[in-house]
Ligand binder design. Structure first.
Ligand code: BES
Ligand code: MG
Ligand code: ZN
Length: 496
């Protein structure tokens, strides 16, 4: 998709989408249009409320269709609404099977002075390119041919084209493309997207970017180093586990490690998942996909940061050699863990990844992204990830990055009272809670378990189980993988 700046109606796109704020003067693009809109408003048929769409009868121009899109009240505009409006616009264009569109959205929103032009540019770029995405590679040619690719979006900007806005657009595009890259990995079926496949993609990220170095620990090395909590999970699979480190060094400051859960399929193991719960478990590597995407993006944006991406990869399967409930493993940090439930596997692989990363790389902060618990989906649904940890400063920064990026996180309590839930009886720890019925506060207990594997780094755990894979499309995200965590950590690392 090419984004072009034009000074006025381009007269050559297939579709024209004019956006207007509520209670604003009409823009006099054409007499016909003004007349039609004001009549509709008078008759209470159309009101320019945010997201309202109306297909006009206007035939003044060469456009195949002229659509009016409501922006709502000026004072209520947010960056998230900008993304959403761009998403609605792209959906309209797709619905019309058009290949090009001209719009005045940028012209309108740039009038609002409370936003930085750069931020508006980012939101426009993100909205357009996130909404354009489709996972279409498995559609047959017949179905694919019916779809049209949007070649060009003309943004009307009848003023000095601001460098800041254009720069923001470029950054927004890179952020969206990295997010779409993560969506692709999550949507890919688990028969293709195995630990071997993800390793190949990671290798490519490193090959394509000089500033990224890769290190891969294979089965023998993991065994030798004693990452038995991780290896236990992979025992039921013929595909060996691997632990990938992607080092992006381009700063002089503190090293931040980001660790992503990479279970390429979670069957639950012997605590097998039931129908209704197992179908989308190819998405259990969404944390890993996000980490890969963020490293790729850091390199493309040349962020002045030192970021270490850590990706533990394996499958959680059943079979003659699979781990059993009641087994006890000794983790990398020496703590023993009783496997009470083979389906609580994410924490087992992350525990070793966190402990090993801290011991060997000594990062000052560690942020893990994981589709860790169904309990988090129950608690927060699909529109916020859960965040917890003991470093309030780190959490505050992440919550702020979430608000700004629209990839939101909500802090869960992490009181002292919770901290003994994962203590074992015949082992140091157990992988499910020993308190009450075992499932109360399930999202928090997952975090409590992980905290036992962090010594002194600032650490935050982000449970993306809800937002990472959604069952309904929204304005700029599609059903399936969403790339949750990518925009969040992009904004966090860009830090303004
Ligand atoms: N991958 C799942 C969590 C999950 C559930 C992610 C739904 C996305 C959607 C995780 O490995 C898991 O199975 N967790 C268990 C933990 C329980 C056994 C303590 C769960 O949530 O049921
Ligand atoms: Mg599981
Ligand atoms: Zn899982």
């Amino acid at each position: 998709m090419i984004i072009t700046m034009v000074k006025e109606l381009d007269q050559k796109s297939e579709v024209l989408i004019l956006s207007l704020f509520e209670n604003d003067n009409l823009k006099h693009y054409s007499f016909e249009l003004d007349k039609e809109i004001s009549e509709l408003i008078k008759k209470n048929i159309f009101s320019l409320k945010f997201g309202e769409i109306y297909g006009t009868k206007v035939k003044d121009w060469s456009y195949r269709k002229v659509i009016v899109l409501g922006l709502g009240k000026k004072e209520e505009l947010t960056l998230e609404k900008v993304r959403r409006v761009m998403g609605k616009l792209i959906k309209c264009v797709k619905g019309l099977k058009a290949e090009s569109v001209c719009t005045n959205v940028a012209e309108e929103i740039l009038l609002i002075k409370s936003f930085k032009l750069n931020d508006l540019g980012k939101a426009v770029g993100e909205g357009l390119l996130l909404a354009e995405y489709e996972f279409a590679k498995y559609l047959s040619k017949e179905k694919l041919d019916k779809k049209k690719i949007i070649n060009n979006v003309s943004l009307i900007l009848n003023r000095e084209v601001s460098e800041d806005f254009v720069q923001g657009l470029k950054i927004g595009r890179i952020i969206a493309e990295a997010t779409n890259f993560a969506k692709d990995l999550v949507n890919e079926p688990a028969s293709i997207c195995t630990p071997v496949y993800v390793e190949k993609i990671a290798q490519k990220v490193a090959d394509d970017n000089k500033k990224v170095k890769i290190r891969i620990l294979n089965y023998e090395e993991l065994k030798k180093e004693g990452l038995n909590s991780f290896l236990g999970v992979s025992k039921g699979s013929p595909i060996a586990a691997r632990l990938i480190f992607l080092e992006y060094n381009n700063g002089a400051g503190e090293k931040a490690a980001i660790i992503g859960k990479g279970i390429t399929f979670d069957s639950g193991g012997y605590n097998l998942k039931m129908t209704g719960y197992i179908e989308d478990m190819k998405s259990d590597m969404a944390g890993a996909a996000a980490v890969l995407a963020i490293i790729k993006l850091a390199a493309e944006l040349n962020l002045k940061r030192d970021i270490l991406g850590v990706i533990p990869l394996c499958e959680n399967m059943i079979g003659g050699s699979a781990q059993k409930p009641g087994d006890i493993v000794k983790a990398y940090n020496g703590k023993t863990v009783e496997i009470r439930n083979t389906d609580a596997e994410g924490r087992l692989i992350l525990a070793d990844a966190l402990a090993y990363t801290e011991a060997k790389y000594k990062p000052s902060s560690m942020i893990d992204l994981a589709t860790l618990t169904g309990a988090c989906v129950i608690a927060l649904g699909y529109y916020a990830s859960g965040i917890m940890g003991k470093d309030e400063g780190l959490i505050k920064n992440l919550v702020e990055a979430g608000e700004k990026s629209g990839d939101r996180v909500w802090e869960l309590p992490f009181y002292e009272d919770y901290q003994d839930a994962m203590d074992g009886t015949i082992s140091d720890l157990r992988n499910t809670s020993g308190k009450g019925k075992g499932y109360e506060g399930g999202a928090i207990n997952g975090g409590v378990f992980l905290s036992k594997f962090v010594v002194k780094a600032k650490w935050a755990h982000i449970d993306i189980a809800g937002p990472a894979f959604v069952i309904e499309e929204s304005d700029y995200l599609q059903k399936g993988g969403t790339g949750a965590g990518v925009r969040l950590l992009s904004y966090y690392f860009m830090g303004d």
